[in-house]
Design a protein around this ligand. Structure first.
Ligand code: ATP
Length: 217
């Protein structure tokens, strides 16, 4: 995201890609305006939250009119840097890493996994689809060559912290951590943690204990 979004609260910023995807579809179908109620129904975020989110970036809907789809699309495209292709790297080409390399991120946005890294000598030097797999020893040099500052981490938990320390030295600013390890990073590095096992457990827990309740979070 670019500098204009700095003052947007984190919770709002996290919802932007969700809004973007829906607005893009609306635009493609030729729709010119959308109400916060329609948006709310589609993205499953309550309309008061949507109005507050949108007010942060100056999109003020008019009563009885809603929001201008073109305006929103322009805003999201610029804010989420969708004009530019963002290259990211992946570390650890195991089962999960392989799935990500095979998954085409470009279908939904302008993000591409440009390279991967491994310690396994059998995998180093090969290609997974169109993505080259490099040796961990080349990490810093390769990332800096392509100006890559975002990394997806799919290594075993016990290797995660040491790799994170190396990433910091390679000037990486964002880590999408799929390992169960809780990472220690300096303030200059942002970590988003996705633990699939915990998410699944938590979903099952909510179904067992809160079924019938409307509360989502
Ligand atoms: P998963 O399904 O979680 O990817 P897996 O069972 O295929 O797991 P893991 O043991 O979790 O394999 O390792 C994932 C990948 O990370 C493997 O390909 C492994 O070679 C690689 N790996 C392990 N340690 C490191 C490291 N220090 N740096 C880079 N890659 C590593």
């Amino acid at each position: 995201m670019n500098d204009e979004t700095v003052k947007i609260p984190h919770a709002t910023a996290k919802r932007l890609p969700l809004y973007y995807r829906f607005i893009k579809n609306l635009h493609a179908s030729g729709k010119q305006r959308v109400s916060s109620a329609e948006l709310s129904e589609a993205v499953k975020v309550d309309s008061a939250t949507i109005r507050r989110d949108f007010s942060y970036f100056g999109a003020l809907g008019k009563k009885g009119y809603g929001y201008n789809v073109n305006y929103l699309l322009n805003f999201f495209t610029k804010t989420l840097d969708q004009d530019e292709l963002t290259k990211v790297a992946l570390i650890g080409v195991g089962n999960l890493g392989t799935a990500f390399l095979n998954y085409n991120f470009l279908k939904n946005n302008n993000t591409i996994i440009a390279m991967a890294f491994e310690v396994d000598k059998e995998k180093v030097g090969t290609m997974m689809g169109e993505v080259p797999i490099y040796d961990m020893g080349e990490l810093k040099e390769r990332l800096q060559e392509e100006d890559i500052t975002v990394v997806i981490l799919t290594v075993p938990a016990n290797a995660a912290q040491q790799i994170t320390d190396e990433l910091e030295k390679a000037n990486v600013k964002g880590i999408l951590n799929f390992t169960p390890a809780r990472l220690t990073v300096p303030p200059s590095v942002r970590v988003h943690h996705i633990d699939l096992a915990v998410e699944l457990q938590s979903l099952i827990y909510f179904l067992k204990n809160y079924s019938g309740d409307d509360t989502e979070n």
